[in-house]
Ligand binder design. Sequence first.
Ligand SMILES: C[S@@+](CC[C@H](N)C(=O)[O-])C[C@H]1O[C@@H](n2cnc3c(N)ncnc32)[C@H](O)[C@@H]1O
Length: 350
Amino acid sequence: MKSIKCDYQKEESVYNNKFQLLFNKLLKEGIEIKNIILLLTELENEFKAIAKSYGIAKTNYDIELSQGVAINPNLAAQCFSDYLRTHRFMLGVYRCVCDLRAATSNQLRILYAGTGPYATIILPLLYLFNPNDIAITAIEINPDSLGSVQRIMEFLGKQHYFESITLADATTYSPTGHFDIIISETMDKALSREPQLAIFSNLVQFLSPNGHLIPECIRVNLLASSIKLEKNVPYNQFDDKQTREINRQHRHHIENVICANIDFYKNYHLTPGTNIYLRTVSTKEISPLLNELLFITEVVVYKNIELLEDDSNITKKYIGYSFVDADRGKNFDVFYLNNQSPRLELSVKS
Ligand SMILES: C[S@@+](CC[C@H](N)C(=O)[O-])C[C@H]1O[C@@H](n2cnc3c(N)ncnc32)[C@H](O)[C@@H]1O
């Protein structure tokens, strides 16, 4: 028993040194995208190996909720290799903690809703801050993902950073006290499928007066285009300014349809099965050559740390409507449908 503990401690200190170095490089100002990919691939391989050697099974069953789908551990683990997304979220959370630490010496309370099997987004904090600086509450609805996080944190000797790691539904979770930072990345493109809005609309009540939600804002813009003219970025190519520029030339920007930030969550309390009217948009000025209405998502993670179109899977274009002749030039109401299959919807006004 004694020698097992010794081995654990040896492993812990090897990982501590290795990961501390890795995160320092990863979160350095001005790091190039090719280096982000290299470092995150290395980290991902380490976590896959830890999960494998520790006998953590990753199942393929999604959990259907009344306000969206909780994706299965296998898919949630694959989010790691959406590299720019992983980097921006890690960096945003890290910078936010740095900024708050500069303003106070109190321990920061952090709530992380929807950890997946690796608790990816908060990993750098475990290597770049002391346990006296931060106290993390982690919740996850999928028991396999939760079990994986508990076992990995035990293996890495990082349990003391956590107030708790609990099985809970973040859309109804009611913790004690308030948090300085509340993090959730439970979204897909154009706010479809996953329950990000329902989660933040519940959790915002537990945010401290000067607290931060991460992501800070999810913006979705509506524009007209033609699928025939659209260029798509190659797989795993990020920050593709050229493609954005090519698409910009034929697209017609209509309007921003939602800006999901702290004010939005305070104004709209989402309940299952309700539709939220967002606004009415006009399609009067659109060229007859443009046949589709697209939703384009942009995520402000923290301050200037953003994910723009095609930087990640969650900021890919989403076709919201294809015109039939009778609809052209009409006004459309834009709704957010908060049901088992949440999404933005356009409804033509007669
Ligand atoms: C897109 S994955 C993100 C995983 C991880 N944060 C990451 O960045 O890789 C979303 C995770 O949120 C969990 N989740 C979804 N809805 C939830 C809910 N209502 N309450 C708690 N966890 C939820 C899913 O089970 C899944 O593990």
